[in-house]
Design a protein around this ligand. Sequence first.
Ligand SMILES: Cc1cc2nc3c(=O)[nH]c(=O)nc-3n(C[C@H](O)[C@H](O)[C@H](O)COP(=O)(O)OP(=O)(O)OC[C@H]3O[C@@H](n4cnc5c(N)ncnc54)[C@H](O)[C@@H]3O)c2cc1C
Length: 506
Amino acid sequence: MSFSRREFLACGSAALIGLSLKSEKQLAGSFVNESAAAGHLLRDRASFSPPTRTVKIPVVIVGGGISGLSAAWRLQKSDFHDFVLLEMNERAGGNARWGENEITAYPWAAHYVPVPGPQATYVRELFTDLGVLKDGQWEERYLAFAPQERLFLYGRWQEGIEPAIGLTPKDREQFQRLAETFAKYRSTGAFTIPLEIGYSNKFAGLDRISFADWLKSQGFDSRLVNWYMNYACRDDYGALVQDTSAWAGVHYFSSREAEEKGPLTWPEGNGWITKRLLERVGEHVRTGQMVHRVAPSQRGVSVFAGDTEYQAEFVIFSAPTFLAPYIVEGFEPLTNFVYSPWLTANLTLERLPESRGAEPAWDTVFMDSPTLGYVDAMHQSVRSHIDRTVWTFYWALADGAPSQNRALLLEKDWSYWKEAILRDLERVHWDIRQCVSRIDVMRMGHAMVRPTVGAIFSAERAGLKRRDGRILFANSDLSGISIFEEAQFHGVEAAQAALRHLSGTK
Ligand SMILES: Cc1cc2nc3c(=O)[nH]c(=O)nc-3n(C[C@H](O)[C@H](O)[C@H](O)COP(=O)(O)OP(=O)(O)OC[C@H]3O[C@@H](n4cnc5c(N)ncnc54)[C@H](O)[C@@H]3O)c2cc1C
């Protein structure tokens, strides 16, 4: 049965919750890692107390996600230690944060990195540093174990997420033609990771139409093809095909060579990388420090957070770029930075639920669900028997306007979301309520940048990527798509620009 998001959300009514209370044990859990209230102080231009101390320091990094931590990593590796990283949350990592309980560590958002290709040189350098890549070989225990992905469709399971069962000849022809089309785009070398390497105006026209219109114009009207294209856009961009630039849609499928191995993953997802970066640069990181103002000064640029004015020469701005107009004095409003709202949840399971005979996989997806399914944190465990585990559940609120979905995220309470999650899982795992003991939910109003039509090739983005001023932008959203490799690339590039500016070699 297919649910629209609206029908699905409508199911979370009081009647439904009443029903569940009768039949199920009480579940523990709450909203966690909430940062909307603090962030909205910036949106509402609240007044902050004046600083009571000043610190002179050449470089300040704003934001401790992968981009900020990667900037710190590059500065440190270049033997430059005169910098501080300010992170608003109590823990660094941003979308690569993790949690831990007595069973396992688990991700809060990003959970894997595809095996990087030869052009992702900074990622390869980092993974060599971290022991993930040794003498040209990927460390086996960090490559996702089989079975990796399973899709539930038509009441049964298949391996892999691209629909492979119940295909009509028309579906088959369209999947085949799509694969050939993406292979042609791949061979042009214009769709790369990082984006910057292949970036060329040659295919800029694709950025001027939606992926939905492109699919239609190429005759791709199979329901299964369209489900799969929507799944891909929801998964990587938090958006539906009609809200995604065709360039970004093509990039998703044309930027990576088919790779037998991988992806790289850890129980805590990309939190593992955050941990390793913090081991290297943690002494420079100050958490619980929300930057509320960045302003030009005699020395260069002043950064205000808590009770301190940091007088810097350069700022690496790794916080999401949409915040710049609210923080940076005189910064013009932005028009090309749209963000997708997401919700993730970590479910503690006391035993594995019934799976209709299927073997557990790392990543589980249900066709025609508005959610993206879940990832099992114990999948990489070498234990022969797994009973208790943690599932990370992913839900991009892609259908509808982001602002309305953000309001929904804030308006509904934990019970509502808990119930919606359980109902989604229950369609496949009928006994899920008997297996779960805890559900923690993380709401992210501006989780990831959305590659809307025109965003990738926008003049606004090109200007921010030049890094010729005192404020060097670095968040992954500069690419228009939010993936680990882009965050790391921009962080490293911003650090290199800071070092060049400081040494006077532009
Ligand atoms: C649900 C979800 C799943 C994802 N899964 C994957 C995945 O599996 N693989 C993958 O490659 N990518 C994934 N991503 C994309 C992910 O966003 C990137 O991989 C990457 O982690 C982004 O890093 P970043 O540093 O650019 O941004 P962010 O992670 O957003 O970091 C920005 C940081 O700035 C801080 N900040 C904001 N404002 C301020 C302020 N005023 N003062 C100080 N600090 C501030 C924030 O707290 C945050 O720590 C996922 C994203 C989401 C939302």
